[in-house]
Design a protein around this ligand. Structure first.
Ligand code: COA
Length: 331
């Protein structure tokens, strides 16, 4: 901890699909729900759906990455590693990260996917920071990209209203001036894996007619259980990241929680004793974009002038696994 900061976020970008799906649009796809129900339970008003040309998981990642690279002043040939977090890869083999590498022309990079669901971008930053610390890399591209619309069950109203598509990316470089990652905290609990998962379609039970008939290839979730664990784990993660950075909540300019549900965000903010004007919220416009949610929110917060150079942010995530993670960074 004493050697920190090792790496800083030199540029952030996002790749947002063009198509907006509002809560009212569910009726047209045969889902019995209402705008009022979704807003009251989740705070979500609309989400983006990746249907356009080039809006694959790698394609959205490339859009986000190019913006992050331009802002960091980094060209493709300088990138040493690409860590792409996704729960919705374009293909199971090879990784989406190598498709992104090819699209960017980042020919020198070692590219791989990381699977930690909604916590994945913070996991990815931590892995990249470790590679910079060990001297394996100088410059890393860390991406969260999700086409959740391709893995949710559009006949299950309890899950399909929650998620959206998008990507966010950061260039991580060696820190030279005291800015950067001040603390990081990662946890997981695999005993709870079956509360939020895609049961089938992998090696344990590959695709066949039965899997498709049971809709086993889609996301299944025990909503109430997930909610309880999310609130508890994100509160724990807030405390750990602050402790790790030896900071108090009053030192934090902006809390950027994973955008899954406004009630979970409210509970996390309350636990951190952060007033909502120091909490970033965009779940109303994007729904839950899994590992893309924090980088998209950070990108927007910078664009809106909510934070800038030397601001201190606290990012906290929770997702399938369960996984949870937090990070304090000076921008
Ligand atoms: N529209 C209308 N009614 C719906 C609905 C929808 N989209 N989805 C579920 N319902 C119904 C249920 O069928 C149930 O009806 P019943 O009582 O007649 O059986 C009722 O609403 C209550 O369902 P329940 O699942 O208990 O609701 P809830 O208050 O727990 O809210 C969630 C459901 C999913 C919004 C909530 O549990 C949640 O947000 N969980 C966390 C999910 C999450 O964030 N996951 C990702 C973490 S990274």
């Amino acid at each position: 901890m004493s050697a920190r900061p090792i790496a800083y976020l030199a540029g952030i970008g996002s790749g947002i699909p063009a198509e907006v799906m509002t809560n009212h649009d569910f009726a047209a796809v045969g889902i019995e729900t209402s705008h009022e129900w979704i807003v009251e339970r989740t705070g979500i008003v609309e989400r983006r759906i990746a249907r356009g040309a080039g809006e694959s998981t790698a394609g959205m990642a490339a859009t986000a990455s190019r913006i992050a690279m331009e802002r960091a002043g980094v060209h493709a040939g300088e990138i040493d590693i690409i860590v792409l977090s996704t729960a919705s890869p374009d293909r199971l083999l090879p990784s989406t990260a190598v498709d992104l590498q090819a699209e960017l022309g980042a020919s020198r990079a070692a590219a791989f996917d990381l699977s930690a669901a909604c916590s994945g971008w913070l996991y990815g930053l931590t892995v990249a920071e470790g590679m910079i610390m060990s001297g394996v890399a100088e410059t890393a591209l860390v991406v969260g990209s999700e086409k959740m619309s391709s893995i949710i069950d559009w006949s299950d109203r309890a899950t399909c209203v929650l998620f959206g598509d998008g990507a966010g990316a950061a260039i991580l470089k060696r820190s030279t001036d005291g800015r950067g990652i001040l603390s990081t905290y990662l946890r997981s609990d695999g005993t709870l894996a079956d509360l939020l998962y895609r049961p089938d379609g992998g090696a344990r039970r590959p695709f066949d007619a039965d899997v498709l008939a049971e809709r086993g290839q889609y996301v299944h979730m025990a909503g109430r259980e997930v909610f309880k664990h999310a609130v508890r784990s994100m509160a724990d993660a807030v405390d750990r990241a602050l402790d790790g950075a030896q900071l108090a909540a009053s030192d934090i300019d902006l809390l950027i929680p994973h955008q899954a549900n406004l009630r979970i965000i409210d509970a996390t903010a309350k636990h951190a004793r952060m007033p909502m004007d120091r909490v970033y919220v965009n779940v109303d416009r994007y729904g839950n974009t899994s590992s893309a949610s924090i980088p998209i929110a950070l990108d927007e917060a910078i664009a809106a002038g909510r934070v800038g150079k030397d601001s201190t942010v606290l990012m906290v995530a929770f997702g399938a696994g369960f996984t949870w993670a937090s990070m304090v960074a000076r921008l």
